[in-house]
Design a protein around this ligand. Structure first.
Ligand code: FAD
Length: 288
């Protein structure tokens, strides 16, 4: 199923995210994670590419596994660490596996590398245009409510975001944010720029204190005092921190849905138990 069939309806969707294994030997275990996550009946499941400890090698295989569990699959594809030829071969693999949805990303620029080499894509917009030329895919892209860390201003970032949409991006998924007002301001600015594709709000349940330090150092996310107080108070107590993190993410999602943001993507990081608790908390709000 093309995700735009879901995202263009006036209905709530909640989706989940997986990252692939580092080694083929772990694939069987990961298939069990897919099964557990699929049992929660998310609207779709995305599989990252070379991010958060996974490699790019098993993204297509895991996306196929998602589809085999009767859940629409969204395969991420990055290009900053690959040649155009390698990217083209992954697109062919996705086609052969009948994966219809791709989240097209530049990826982080590898440290100490000359970027871009002549046979590389420079921006996600170029990748999006080529995916569109290579097959009949439903293509999504990333967006950053607080601005991408490389962008001088949020307005410059929005100009480039518009280029992605003009190149063929049919929906956007946001970077995580911990204050919903940041998203509401961003959506207003995006619409003013003429960016009118569905925007899926990315929510990260923070279930341990070290996670928040890692996230903010990597992405520069703003952490509101209300959330910092939770980390200060419960950070040393893993079970309390887990419960508070799930409650915070749940509250964020309820507020988003109440304010008309219909599409939420939970950065579930291969934790079906966390995803399950959040969905249980929403059982009368998001009926699966
Ligand atoms: P781009 O859209 O190319 O933007 C990157 C920067 O370049 C921005 O500052 C933008 O303003 C600027 N820019 C764009 N076009 C131009 C132009 N024409 N001229 C000048 N500047 C320009 N990483 C992974 O490795 N694997 C994943 O699976 C993954 N999944 C992600 C999912 C989501 C929802 C998000 C939000 C991020 C994900 N990332 C992933 C991280 C992502 O790869 C990085 O944030 C990366 O640095 C930027 O990728 P992009 O596709 O947003 O790049």
């Amino acid at each position: 199923m093309r995700l735009t069939e879901l995202l263009n309806k006036d209905e709530v969707t909640i989706s989940c995210e997986l990252f692939p294994p580092k080694q083929g030997a772990q694939l069987e275990n990961y298939k069990n994670i897919v099964k557990d996550m699929a049992a929660l009946k998310p609207a779709y499941m995305s599989v990252t590419y070379g991010a958060t400890g996974g490699t790019s090698d098993y993204t297509v295989k895991l996306a196929e596994e998602v589809r085999n569990n009767n859940i629409p699959a969204l395969a991420h594809l990055t290009c900053a660490s690959s040649t155009r030829e390698k990217v083209a071969s992954v697109i062919e693999e996705l086609k052969a596996a009948n994966i219809e949805n791709i989240l097209a990303l530049r990826g982080d620029i590898p440290a100490n590398a000359d970027f871009p080499l002549p046979d590389q894509y420079k921006h996600a917009s170029e990748l999006i245009a080529d995916i569109k030329a290579q097959g009949d895919f439903c293509i999504g892209g990333a967006c950053y409510p607080e601005g991408h860390p490389e962008a001088a201003t949020i307005f410059e970032d929005l100009d480039h975001l518009k280029e992605k949409v003009d190149a063929g991006c049919e929906f956007l998924t946001t970077q995580m944010f911990f204050d919903n007002n940041i998203l509401y301001n961003f959506m207003y600015k995006a619409l003013k720029k003429g960016i009118d594709v569905p925007i899926v709000a990315g929510i990260m349940p923070v279930t341990n204190a070290s996670q928040i330090k890692r996230i903010t150092s990597l992405s520069g996310n703003m952490v509101p005092p209300r959330f910092l107080a939770i980390v200060d108070r419960f950070g040393d107590n893993p079970t309390a921190m887990r419960q508070a993190g799930i409650a915070y993410a749940t509250e964020q999602i309820i507020d988003l849905i109440a304010n008309g943001v219909n599409h939420v993507h939970i950065y579930t990081m291969n934790k079906p138990d966390v995803a399950g608790e959040i969905l249980d908390n929403l059982s009368n709000i998001y009926v699966r």
